[in-house]
Ligand binder design. Structure first.
Ligand SMILES: Cc1cc2nc3c(=O)[nH]c(=O)nc-3n(C[C@H](O)[C@H](O)[C@H](O)COP(=O)(O)OP(=O)(O)OC[C@H]3O[C@@H](n4cnc5c(N)ncnc54)[C@H](O)[C@@H]3O)c2cc1C
Length: 385
């Protein structure tokens, strides 16, 4: 089974589907290859930040029409302190079940005659004259004028292209959905910093919550056999009273790594393939969508003007590296705080008493706002309420 197209995309998760949807709107021919039947479920917090909601709109999707639940900010809890950090008015996030989001993204490519979806386990890139010109699978070869790796964390395509990664450890993630006995109007994602666990509770519909917990392997072993029992022992217990599990529990160890570059042999890396940020920031899906949008621009430039390929690839590389740098700082600081009881307490105490600073930092993270928008004067305005 050999296929040629303008663009070959390896991986049809969030990033691969979003990219295929954007390219299909321009009439580009796309071969989209994935080894698993969609919609593939996986561990996720399922809370999409305002940055990701904005890209869904660019894809022509109305986020409100995708079954889910809006949230207007984050509510941080420790055993002693609570701090609410709102997004800007009108910039909601949205909790959407992962499989529902994948189905919505599939809708953007379904019935597009220029998109061919193929089920195949990709084994590596196809090189020609020092460039990647396609992808090889167990069933065939797929050649394109542009090639994109969207095969998720630990991208085998990038590794096979000879890319080296800086490993930054990993954290375990465990998730379970709960159907509530009565509808709950929960307009905040609750973040419980109960070190050694951080617990993320996202409303994914009026009657359903997702609880995802991240921790190290030793702490994971203590909760995996009775996850509902663990949740009932936290300050979030009342949320789950009378609730019944509404999905299969899923666990995963999420690798934290950064590749040396975000392009290899001309192949662009999008989504988790281009580096693993700690999920505690809740930005992975937004990253996947935003990097797909940027890759769509680079691919369009390459296809329209093949002579401009190096500039287009370099522009993508520079944009992606800037995005990673922007978030690597938050990732390192936030992860080191939330994995210690003292750090968690200090963080939530700080958020409670410096609400302007907390809202500004949240805006920089959730909307990818530039640092120069940070209001330094907010540090001089603590609130002791
Ligand atoms: C515990 C946890 C909590 C999280 N919480 C949040 C959150 O609240 N909000 C948020 O925005 N993000 C969150 N994330 C991150 C988010 O889930 C990911 O960043 C996002 O799913 C990345 O999408 P992707 O398309 O890059 O990768 P994926 O969705 O993993 O897609 C990769 C695709 O590539 C395919 N593939 C892989 N290898 C091959 C191969 N050899 N051949 C063919 N196909 C292949 C796979 O089958 C898959 O379909 C969380 C992640 C974890 C682990």
């Amino acid at each position: 089974m050999n296929r040629d197209a303008d663009v070959v995309i390896g991986g049809a998760g969030i990033a691969g589907l979003a990219l295929a949807g954007l390219l299909a709107r321009e009439g580009r021919s796309v071969v989209l290859v994935d080894k698993a039947p969609p919609p593939r479920d996986r561990v996720c917090g399922e809370g999409i930040m305002p940055m990701g909601v904005a890209v869904l709109r660019e894809l022509g999707l109305e986020p409100e029409s995708i079954p889910g639940h809006d949230f207007q900010g984050l509510e941080f809890h420790t055993a002693r302190t609570v701090a609410r950090v709102p997004f800007r008015p009108g910039r909601n996030g949205r909790g959407i079940r992962r499989t529902t989001l994948v189905e919505a993204l599939q809708g953007t490519v379904r019935d597009r005659p220029t998109v061919t979806a193929v089920r195949d386990d990709l084994t590596g890139p196809v090189w020609e004259k020092g460039r990647i010109v396609g992808l090889e699978g167990r069933l065939g070869r797929y050649r394109g004028d542009a090639v994109v790796a969207a095969d998720g964390a630990r991208s085998s395509l990038l590794r096979k292209a000879g890319m080296r990664f800086h490993e930054r450890g990993y954290r375990m993630g465990l998730r379970l959905h709960f159907a509530l006995p009565r509808p709950l109007e929960m307009e905040w994602v609750r973040v419980g910093l109960f070190s050694p666990w951080d617990v993320y509770v996202t409303p994914v519909s009026e009657g359903e919550l997702l609880a995802t917990t991240m921790c190290d392997r030793a702490a994971y072993r203590r909760i995996v056999t009775d996850y509902p029992g663990f949740l009932a022992s936290t300050p979030f217990a009342s949320l789950f009273a009378g609730a019944r599990p509404a999905s299969r529990p899923l666990a995963w160890h999420h690798p934290l790594f950064v590749p040396e570059r975000f392009t290899a042999g001309g192949m662009l890396a999008v989504g988790d393939a281009g580096g693993g940020i700690d999920p505690c920031l809740g930005t992975g899906v937004s990253f996947a969508l935003a990097t797909a949008r940027e890759a769509a621009r680079a691919v369009a430039a390459i296809l329209d003007c093949p002579a401009g390929r190096p500039e287009a690839e370099n522009a993508f590389e520079a944009w992606r590296a800037g995005l990673f740098r922007h978030y690597a700082l938050f990732d390192t600081v936030f992860r080191s705080l939330v994995t210690s009881p003292f750090g968690s307490e200090a963080l939530v105490w700080g958020m409670r008493h410096w609400p302007g600073t907390a809202a500004a930092i949240t805006r920089i993270v959730a909307e990818n706002a530039p640092w120069h928008t940070f209001p330094w004067s907010s540090l001089l305005r603590p609130s002791w309420n």
